[in-house]
Design a protein around this ligand. Structure first.
Ligand code: ATP
Ligand code: MG
Length: 400
């Protein structure tokens, strides 16, 4: 079937009042980026919907395959256009219905006439077209409420426009329409999922990872690069900052009592992350923390860790169960990377009995004997960066 255009519906962004233009522009740019190799594609945004055209039918089919992965699209429909005469509309209706599965399905015709000069009344049209479709597809049932196939015929001065199929979009908001944040990306299961969820909410990201060579190896680093690359398939390039963290961790091991060393480790990480955040102009920090999951994720721990900054910390998984998180990780394709067996810096230095209720004053007191500030500066300055260009997403169909 050769479609003439795609009708793209925005969903939530249409609620955004005066900001709508920003959202629409972002979505258009993101779609353009995602389809940049399809040379015949042209996009025309309107106030509350967008149209996509492609001269080449192959480009059109490829666009249909890629749009479900772009955040900010609620749904889209392929549209067939024809001359606005009864005969051509009836014939086109057969093509359009024929492009969907018809066995065991119900259908209904809906007519919209902005061109009032069209000779037939809406009711007559509906009956003519409906009867014609049923003659060719006798297996179809007719149903007025919630039919499987809703054949819409839009009659305008410039022609008739027919749609029958609605593809679900990924929902969410266009990546980049809600600002930029820094994701603390470990090699674990949770933080990539946290990054994905914020991207879905329109946030573009840089990622920061703490490595402790030689205790953590090249393969642990490769794992994080692969995770960041996976995230870059959800709508925007991701830049990854890898922080040399060995020196600070070794000092913590010797200077801070075992049962609060995890809290101090987190506090150092957060201070470093905050400095990088400021340098790159990001507004918030994202983590994969989930309440109660481990000792460092009790409310008392989060309070002690959080005390080093007033920057907003976004924790999209705070109320999620591990199984729910794993479920998303599997669907977005990060799970298999996360379970590779290479340990990150925290796993290696984890004490056996971390306090679940560390007291902020105590932690700050133990830290006060060491001048961490220059080490923090140095770690920020000595970071290595990787630019991971936007990837084409091909393998997260399960999510749809
Ligand atoms: P994850 O599965 O994301 O590793 P986790 O359940 O292992 O999470 P923690 O190890 O307590 O939990 O880490 C909590 C959060 O701190 C992580 O989700 C991540 O955002 C951040 N974090 C932990 N370790 C690192 C690291 N080496 N580099 C960057 N961020 C980290
Ligand atoms: Mg972890």
């Amino acid at each position: 079937m050769e479609w003439n255009e795609l009708l793209i519906r925005y969903g939530e962004i249409s609620l955004k009042g005066r900001n709508r233009n920003v959202f629409v522009r972002k979505l258009r740019n993101n779609i353009k980026d995602a389809l940049s190799d399809l040379t015949t594609v042209v996009i025309r945004p309107e106030r509350d919907r967008m149209f996509l055209f492609a001269d080449d039918n192959q480009d059109m089919q490829e666009a249909i395959a890629r749009l479900p992965y772009i955040f900010g699209i609620q749904s889209f429909s392929p549209v067939a256009k024809c001359e606005a005469t009864l005969e051509t509309i009836k014939n086109k209706a057969l093509d359009v219905i024929g492009a969907s599965e018809t066995i065991g399905k119900t259908f209904k015709v809906e007519i919209r006439r902005t061109d009032k000069s069209f000779p037939l009344e809406t009711n007559e049209l509906q009956q003519e077209i409906g009867a014609h479709v049923l003659r060719s597809f006798p297996e179809l049932g007719v149903r007025m409420k919630k039919p499987d196939i809703l054949l819409r015929v839009d009659i305008r001065a410039e022609g008739a426009f027919l749609t029958a199929k609605v593809y679900e979009g990924a929902g969410g908001m266009p990546v980049g329409s809600n600002g930029h944040s820094l994701l603390m990306l470990s090699g674990g299961i949770d933080s990539p999922v946290a990054g994905y969820l914020m991207m879905k909410r329109g946030v573009s990201i840089d990622a920061i990872h703490f490595a402790s060579p030689p205790f953590t190896g090249e393969l642990a680093k490769k794992k994080v690069v692969d995770l960041a690359e996976k995230l870059s398939s959800f709508g925007a390039a991701v830049r990854l900052h890898i922080i040399p963290f060995t020196e600070i961790q070794q000092i913590i091991v010797t200077q801070i009592p075992d049962n609060v060393s995890m809290t101090t480790t987190r506090r150092m990480m957060l201070q470093i992350a905050d400095k990088v955040r400021m340098e790159i102009g990001a507004l918030a920090i994202i983590t994969g923390e989930s309440l109660g999951q481990v000792a460092s994720q009790t409310l008392e721990s989060l309070t002690a860790i959080n005390a080093v900054t007033s920057t907003p910390i976004l924790r999209p998984l705070i109320s999620s169960d591990k199984l729910e998180i794993i479920d998303i990780a599997q669907k977005i394709g990060t799970y298999d990377i996360s379970i590779r067996p290479y340990e990150d810096c925290c796993t290696i230095f984890t004490p056996s009995n971390p306090k679940t209720k560390p007291r902020l004053e105590k932690v700050a007191y133990y830290e006060s004997f060491t001048d961490f500030a220059p080490m923090i500066e140095e770690a920020v300055a000595k970071r290595t960066m990787y630019q991971l260009p936007r990837q084409q997403n091909t393998d997260f169909e399960d999510l749809l």
